[in-house]
Design a protein around this ligand. Structure first.
Ligand SMILES: C[S@@+](CC[C@H](N)C(=O)[O-])C[C@H]1O[C@@H](n2cnc3c(N)ncnc32)[C@H](O)[C@@H]1O
Length: 389
């Protein structure tokens, strides 16, 4: 068939359903048809299905030859993923196992590594049986540096972590000799967080850029994009990116940076008022899908879908506190707890401050674990109902 004719014919008659059917009905004839379709002009989504259906067929010799022939050519990665998937499903056959490994090292591609990990390790991972576990059952306060204090918590026993870390040199309670040493410290604590978080669960970090005071009028102040740098340390600590939620505040509640520009109108001197903070949502690296986490809970624990925040922008006024310079608004904690934990979960704030997260967690029937280093804040938290560990 001429190419142009082929295109018209296929456009009208080849659908994803048809290709799926060919994949299901295993026969030499269907496999040959699919191999022919692969070499034809077809939309990518249909071609992807063609490769997947080839992999479902039975003639391993022909399938192997197809992947050897096509798998190392530069084509769409979507097609390569399907070929790689076939090598995984047929990996009982040593030849396919070896071919899969060759594809993996040839492409050195993160999606393929994740497929490999899910396929070989995902099935074997069991979530801990909570009934047999030594669980924290009461609201708990850990005193001191989180890096050490968190050592008291058993592996994989926390279901959610939400925190606002000390901002680098922004407020009186944080003092590090350099930005690198600040990030190193945060990394060590995140490693601990990763160890104690149950597989597949979320950590949410509230951060925003900070500026350090300039040492003199002749020097420039430095503005640190903390949220960008947190991505790397979260990844290295064993989490992967899920979402960024933007917390938006009323403009009248944030420091005024635009005044200078409004006086002169001079380009380059523009400094907008910053009305947002980030909530970085990450998941503990795990070889199984989120469904497995959700299935541990009864349907009766589902939220009402009324008043759901449908976008990643949450409009919440900040809260001022006489005793602590950076407290969470309760509404922010409520939303995080509602969307990322279930009633009865053990939830941690490793930088507790005034303990807003603990307070709201109790109200929402979660079990909070707080950690705080500052003696004054600890004293205040001790007045509330917290146990030691
Ligand atoms: C941004 S504030 C958290 C405020 C909190 N979200 C609230 O609602 O009050 C960070 C807190 O972390 C504490 N902190 C700093 N370094 C710490 C460490 N290494 N271990 C434990 N707490 C620490 C500080 O004392 C401060 O209270």
């Amino acid at each position: 068939m001429q190419n142009s004719l082929k295109r018209i014919y296929y456009k009208n008659s080849i659908t994803i359903e048809y290709i799926k059917q060919l994949g299901k009905e295993k026969s030499e004839e269907n496999l040959d048809k699919l191999l022919l379709f692969y070499n034809s002009v077809l939309p990518l989504d249909i071609k992807r299905e063609v490769v997947s259906s080839i992999g479902r067929q039975q003639n391993d010799k022909k399938i192997y030859e197809f992947i050897i022939e096509e798998g190392f050519k530069k084509t769409y990665m979507e097609l390569i993923y399907q070929m790689f998937r076939t090598t995984l499903y047929k990996s009982d056959n040593f030849k396919f196992q070896e071919l899969g490994n060759r594809l993996l090292s040839f492409y050195n591609n993160e999606v393929m590594y994740k497929m490999h990990e899910f396929f070989f390790n995902g099935k074997n991972i069991k979530l801990p049986d909570r009934k047999n576990e030594k669980r924290i059952i009461k609201a708990t306060l850990l005193k001191g540096d989180s890096e050490q204090a968190l050592l008291k918590i058993q592996d994989k026993t926390i279901q959610l972590i939400f925190t606002s870390p000390p901002y680098y040199n922004a407020r009186m309670y944080s003092d590090y000799t350099s930005y690198d040493s600040y990030l190193e410290k945060m990394y060590s604590i995140l490693k601990q967080c990763n160890r104690i978080l149950e597989d597949g669960r979320f950590i949410i970090i509230n951060v925003s850029p900070v500026i350090t005071k300039r040492p003199g009028r002749e020097f420039e102040s430095i503005r640190y994009p903390i949220h960008f740098d947190f991505h790397k340390i979260l990844e290295n600590a064993g989490f992967y990116f899920i979402d960024e939620i933007i917390w938006i505040k009323p403009e009248c509640t944030v420091p005024n940076r635009i005044a200078g520009y409004l006086q002169t109108g001079m380009p380059l001197s523009y400094k907008p008022n910053c009305i947002t903070e980030s909530l970085l949502v990450y998941r503990k690296k795990t070889s199984f899908l989120l469904d497995k986490n959700i299935k541990l809970y009864s349907r009766t624990l589902a939220n009402s879908i009324e008043k759901t925040d449908t976008s990643n922008c949450w409009y919440i006024s900040p809260k001022a506190d006489k005793k602590h310079p950076a407290v969470f608004p309760e509404e922010l904690c409520e939303k995080v707890l509602k969307y990322y934990s279930f009633k009865g979960d053990i939830v941690l704030d490793p930088f507790a401050g005034s303990g807003t997260f603990g307070k709201v967690s109790k109200k929402m029937k979660r079990v909070p674990v707080l950690c705080e280093i500052n003696k004054e804040y600890i004293k205040k938290l001790e007045e509330e109902d917290y146990d030691d560990l």
